[in-house]
Design a protein around this ligand. Structure first.
Ligand code: GLN
Length: 261
């Protein structure tokens, strides 16, 4: 068998980027490099190893879970079943932090619902004088975050906590899909990613309400689902700026605490 046979199988399974994915999966299963995988005819023993990862992908499991890692802001994060896969759109939150703080500034932040830890670790690495509190309800997700903080060398600058400690910035990509819309999501997401990282309650706004009412920071940066609904919620906080995603939609929203008269 050559890698082209696996490309055909992934194409039949509806994988859009089948050519590259077949190569990445085979490299991962065999511990080989791209050139080796593309050039070679696989032995029976190699085929058995590649079969495992290809059949997982055929069944719709996300590529990142099979490879065990996902890119976020140019760095690799360990991921797997039980933790939300970092999204490219979420990188806009980091751009938003850059609009609010200078690289050498010393500040504290809370990453509420840290998941894989991609936001907290990236802020810590992009802002070397910052320190972070992190909150995560899922024990499975917490294991990935701990591993990512360790691998990226930021564990000592992270404080695990519950609730909303006083700090300079609250940042979050909370679950924001309305419960009734979960069933209509793409299969890869719906069947494989943790529903607790997606489900934002009946109107999708449950966690935004909690963040606005309980935050004890001057600045809040949120990934947005329904931008208008979120802006309408912000009673103690006023909307000040936004960062658009690659599709040109506002994705990261920046709020400041209103000065009480
Ligand atoms: N903060 C994590 C991320 O952005 C997890 C978010 C979530 O689970 N809703 O990927």
């Amino acid at each position: 068998m050559r890698v082209s046979g696996y490309v055909q199988r992934l194409l039949r399974a509806g994988v859009v980027n089948a050519g590259q994915e077949a190569v990445w999966l085979a490299c991962h299963a065999l511990g080989a490099d791209t050139a080796g995988v593309i050039a070679g005819e696989f032995s029976a023993e190699e085929c058995a190893r590649v079969e495992g990862v290809i059949s997982r992908r055929e069944r719709g499991e996300p590529l990142q879970y099979i490879l065990g890692e996902a890119d976020f802001f140019g760095r690799d994060f360990r991921v797997g079943p039980g933790v939300l896969i970092p999204r490219h759109d979420t990188e806009t939150l980091i751009e938003a932090v850059k609009l609010c703080f200078g690289r050498e500034e010393s500040f504290t932040f809370l990453d509420w619902g840290t998941g894989s830890g991609c936001i907290a670790a990236t802020v810590l690495l992009e802002f070397p004088e910052s320190s972070g509190y992190v909150v995560e309800a899922s024990a499975e997700a917490k294991c990935y975050a701990l591993s990512n903080f360790g691998r990226l060398g930021v564990s000592e600058r992270v404080t695990w906590c519950e609730g909303f400690p006083e700090c300079d910035l609250t940042i979050s990509n909370p679950p924001y899909i309305p419960s009734g819309e979960i069933a209509g999501l793409m299969r890869e997401v719906r069947e494989f990613e943790p529903v607790c990282a997606l489900d934002g309650g009946q109107d999708g706004m449950k966690f935004y309400r909690e963040i606005f009412s309980r935050s004890r920071s001057d600045c809040i940066i949120l990934e947005a689902g329904d931008v208008r609904a979120i802006k309408a919620l912000s009673s103690d906080y006023v909307f000040v700026n936004e960062v658009e995603d690659s599709g040109g939609f506002p994705r990261a929203l920046i709020f400041r605490r209103q000065i009480q008269q």
